[in-house]
Write a protein that binds this ligand. Structure first.
Ligand code: 5GP
Ligand code: ZN
Length: 113
């Protein structure tokens, strides 16, 4: 039994509000949204973090980004949005399955770069 939370969400063992799915990507609403739109975009392949991105999974990671315009459009983010990845404990990563936060629906402040 895979005890990874996001693997279990992808498998449908734990309910989520899906907004997009293809053969490599699953995207669903964050349970604790930080903005009107807060979607988590995850590869179906289990990668613990950005540290595991490499030659053998570039297609899975690219598929996450390829899905962004479609998700942004369906969520009505024509004014803009932000994509965030937290990698590792010091960056605040709490779920060890690679995911990209897609955030928008309001004016976003607090830029850190
Ligand atoms: P991280 O802090 O690892 O970058 O982001 C993990 C995100 O997963 C958090 O924003 C948190 O709200 C979200 N999250 C944690 N557990 C669940 C859950 O069971 N369902 C959903 N939809 N999101 C979750
Ligand atoms: Zn996983």
């Amino acid at each position: 039994m895979n005890d990874c939370l996001f693997c279990r969400i992808i498998a449908g063992d734990i309910p989520s509000t899906k907004v997009y799915e293809d053969d490599k990507v699953f995207a669903f609403r964050d349970i604790n949204p930080q903005a009107p739109v807060h979607v988590l975009i995850v590869p179906k392949k289990h990668l613990a973090s950005a540290n595991e991105i490499g030659e053998d999974n570039l297609g899975d990671v690219a598929a996450c980004f390829a899905a962004v315009p479609q998700i942004a459009a369906s969520e009505g983010l024509s004014e803009g949005y932000r994509i965030i990845n937290n990698c590792g404990a010091a960056a605040g990563q709490t779920v060890m399955h690679l995911h990209f936060h897609l955030i928008g629906g309001r004016t976003l402040g607090e830029k850190i770069i």
